[in-house]
Design a protein around this ligand. Sequence first.
Ligand SMILES: Cc1cc2nc3c(=O)[nH]c(=O)nc-3n(C[C@H](O)[C@H](O)[C@H](O)COP(=O)(O)OP(=O)(O)OC[C@H]3O[C@@H](n4cnc5c(N)ncnc54)[C@H](O)[C@@H]3O)c2cc1C
Length: 391
Amino acid sequence: MTKPNDLVTPVDVVIVGAGIVGLAHAARAVDRGLTVAVIERDEHAVGASVRNFGHCCITGQSGELYDLAMNGRRHWLDYATKAGFTAAETGALVVARTDIEMQVLRELGRSREPGQITLLPSDDVVSHLQARGGQPDPRIIGGAFLRDDLRVDPRTTVHRLAAWLAGQGVTFHWKTSALGFADGAVHTSRGAVTGDHVIVCVGHDLDYLFPEAAADHRIQRCTLQMSRAMPEAGLDLTPAVLTGTSMLRYGAFASMPSADALQADADPLLQQIGANVMFTQQPDGSLLLGDSHSYQHTAAPFLAESIAERLNQEISALLGIELAVAERWQGVYASSDAGPLFVEEVQRGVTAVSVTSGVGMTVSFGLAERTLESMYPSELYLNQSVLVRNP
Ligand SMILES: Cc1cc2nc3c(=O)[nH]c(=O)nc-3n(C[C@H](O)[C@H](O)[C@H](O)COP(=O)(O)OP(=O)(O)OC[C@H]3O[C@@H](n4cnc5c(N)ncnc54)[C@H](O)[C@@H]3O)c2cc1C
């Protein structure tokens, strides 16, 4: 059997996991002029990074997550250009159907710099959601446009980013599982790979490699039901669309004074399934629809048809069109009530990085930059590599 170490010399950074978090770390490392190897157990990534909405929900974050999201925004746009994947400055649309929802939007708008959040009258919201022959929900009373959010394509991003990184000299070990770590070496199902720093980005599967650290951070698996539909009537929807249920799930909205009233006003059935009723339109015109949230240590594999139907009915009613579902799937991400991120040196020279709050697309590049900055400060590495690469 081929052993990776027979093929490669030791590298500066070994990364485990080729989802968005692992690849963002690889990208920021390569741009410091470092040598990088990525170990991925599958033939190509099929985890949370390809199963999500592709919404970089920057404006909806607060505190540390907001800073990471904002810092990562330019990297999303930069790597999209370099690697040829979609990251569009579409912004996001939040639909309000009650006075309390509108009040939360007003409060958040007042707390941000002018222009970042624009309150919209109902006509503007309806015209965004207008499909040919459709009749958007008559209960819409207004909404808000979130200028800084991005829309990306989750189905192509990690594949194109991996291909671009390979072209930059990153060594990929696909179909190779990391099994253990010792003295700078990652022991895999195909042999050892060594590096000065090891960064473990395995998302919700951290407990398989570091069960105690995962237990200390109370990491669980959050399972989500998603579907993809082709709108029957023509619909040209540029921004990601969020609703009142989304406001309960993102820190920026949830920390507003009227959020408690919003919670009290929420539909009990939607609350019961942990709904975040939202959708994005993908480059092929299809809509990614979701989602529900359920928390367990070991994820139950079954998809409840009643949940999928309820979510799709909500979105169908909002747009006022029929939605023909083409695919359904379950997504899983790491979740913790101990904090939104897990970043820890779990063993000497081995740092585990996991987003434990369901916003890994949004914060991945900002988080990667922060990790790499702590290991290889840019004044020493970034400038040097820029000089070497652009003499
Ligand atoms: C349905 C859904 C919707 C979401 N919507 C959004 C959204 O709109 N916006 C947003 O910001 N975030 C969203 N998220 C969250 C986001 O997708 C995740 O936070 C993010 O993708 C996590 O990235 P990751 O690289 O850590 O994990 P993953 O993408 O799961 O990648 C981890 C990789 O590690 C590999 N791996 C695991 N163990 C090993 C091992 N021992 N050896 C080698 N390889 C290993 C796996 O095969 C996998 O490829 C959503 C998540 C889901 C599930």
